[in-house]
Design a protein around this ligand. Structure first.
Ligand code: GLC
Length: 476
């Protein structure tokens, strides 16, 4: 039991933390939730692997422990421990360095199960060394879910871990970290753990996601709607039964976004800064982008932006010739699966003045697109939360989203448009309706923009909800 007023100590584990390392929304969340919790008086710290791509100089990393030994199945591996503050805050971040596992700049290169299991073994070893006994271990997504198993094992013979409670956050149920039981050899894991894992391995493998859900004291997903959806066979990714069995401890907390960073009034990447008061300046960003990308230069043309990872989840196959019949320009930005990259490149080749496909990961260009877009499209098959629709609204781009997960929770008719069915016709119809408002009812359009720009997408409210879960866990 913790006394009210005492600082809650939280240790977060994750595969990404922006801006140090970011592939997707997971990185954004782990980069902005901790400072928000710190502002509420928590002592929050983060541990991530020290990937090859992390810029030591820029982020002022300092090495403070060397050659710590971690025993794996066949040998002793050594790690070094580095530290820095999360940029723009005082939140300490610890980095675990090991060249055999983490030297690639891509966090997800190589065998993820082995790599992240090793990371967690190192975390167990490091926690006592940094002398930080957290009240709560907060694990984000499957990569670090096994930490919850590991502390249970450690509990049996190590006082250090005894009182630690656990929260497991599901950012995406579809990535589960399934692995053969032999992978666990990486960890030279003790017999107790192997016994507790045997239930899960009945079907031939271990599923890190399942381990997290079953073993954590509490679980949450990143929006209330997704928390409900995942108990159904459509959205449950094969785990709907496990979800239903554990529903009593699964909560939904909508993510926030970094509202200081995503702010058209201060954005240094965009051509012309603007705010709700100077919204008329937004169009200058559109014309500049049209020119830069070789689209028809026309301030009156509607421009629709899409910024996303090119993966199955995101519904990119809905963009086809039918949609191009609408009087609207499209700009795509992202990287991912080859087939989506090809599909979008083909569209751009066929309609060079109407479509631009930017196949690259470019944070600055993303900001330019938010600033330039009249409309922002997110037609996802499923979407645990989705951050881009919120960012788009900050920039006065009106979102058109599929009514699922966090998209359903953040977009209503005051700020944008939603469609239900996952097909091009539904998207086309909704985009068509939006374009009618854009062209014929400018006052109404401006209302949508202003309502979106005024919405509070900061981390203040979500951080308070996380704090409530933490307090529940420690019994305050
Ligand atoms: C994952 C989900 C996305 C969510 C993000 C952060 O990337 O796909 O919907 O916004 O995690 O929680």
């Amino acid at each position: 039991m913790k006394n009210k007023g005492e600082k809650l100590k939280i240790l977060m584990l994750a595969a990404e933390a922006a801006p140090l390392v970011k592939v997707g929304g997971l990185g954004d969340v782990v980069g902005s939730l901790p400072p928000a919790l710190a502002r509420l008086g928590c002592d929050v710290r983060i541990i991530i692997p020290k990937y090859g791509g992390i810029d030591e100089k820029k982020y002022k990393l300092k090495k403070f422990l060397s050659d710590i030994e971690i025993s794996t199945a066949d040998k002793i591996e050594k790690i070094n421990l580095w530290q820095a503050n999360l940029p723009g805050s005082k939140v300490p971040v610890y980095f675990i360095e090991n060249n055999n596992f983490f030297s690639s700049p891509d966090p997800y290169a190589g065998n993820n199960s082995e790599k992240f299991l090793f990371f967690l073994l190192a975390v167990m070893r490091v926690m006592p060394l940094i002398n930080f006994v957290p009240d709560i271990l907060h694990c984000h997504d499957f990569h670090v879910a096994m930490a919850i198993d590991l502390i249970k094992v450690e509990n049996q013979y190590n006082n250090f871990f005894k009182k630690i409670k656990t929260l497991y956050t599901i950012h995406n149920l579809n990535n589960q970290g399934q692995t053969g039981i032999e992978t666990l050899r990486t960890g030279n894991l003790n017999k107790n753990l192997l016994a507790s894992l045997s239930r899960d391995s009945d079907d031939g493998d271990i599923n890190f996601m399942v381990q997290g859900i079953i073993n954590a004291d509490l679980v949450n997903t990143v929006s209330p709607t997704y928390a409900k959806e995942i108990s159904t066979s459509i959205y449950g990714a094969g785990l709907e039964k496990v979800i239903r069995q554990n529903q009593y401890k699964i909560f939904g907390i909508l993510n926030g976004v970094d509202v200081n960073f995503f702010n058209p009034e201060k954005d240094k990447y965009i051509f012309k800064k603007y705010s709700a008061k100077t919204l008329k300046n937004k169009v200058l960003n559109k014309v500049v982008l049209q020119e830069k990308l070789g689209l028809e230069i026309n301030a009156k043309k509607a421009l629709a932006g899409v910024v996303t990872r090119f993966v199955w989840q995101k519904g990119l196959e809905l963009f086809n010739d039918d949609l191009m019949r609408l009087d609207c320009q499209f700009v795509f930005l992202g990287t991912g699966e080859k087939k989506y990259e090809e599909q979008l490149k083909n569209l751009a080749q066929k309609y060079p003045r109407q479509v631009s496909a930017q196949i690259t990961f470019d944070a600055a260009l993303a900001q330019e697109i938010y600033a330039a877009s009249d409309i922002f499209l997110v037609p996802s098959r499923f979407e645990p939360c989705g951050l881009t629709q919120m960012i788009a609204m900050r920039y006065g781009a009106v979102p058109i989203v599929r009514a699922t997960g966090g998209l359903a929770d953040t977009v209503d008719s005051k700020v944008g448009f939603k469609f239900k069915d996952f097909n091009t016709m539904a998207l086309q119809k909704t985009l068509g309706n939006a374009l009618k408002v854009f062209h014929n009812r400018p006052k109404e359009w401006e209302r949508l923009q202003l309502n979106g720009m005024k919405k509070d997408f900061s981390w203040n409210k979500p951080a308070k909800e996380y704090l409530k879960l933490f307090q529940k866990l420690v019994g305050i």
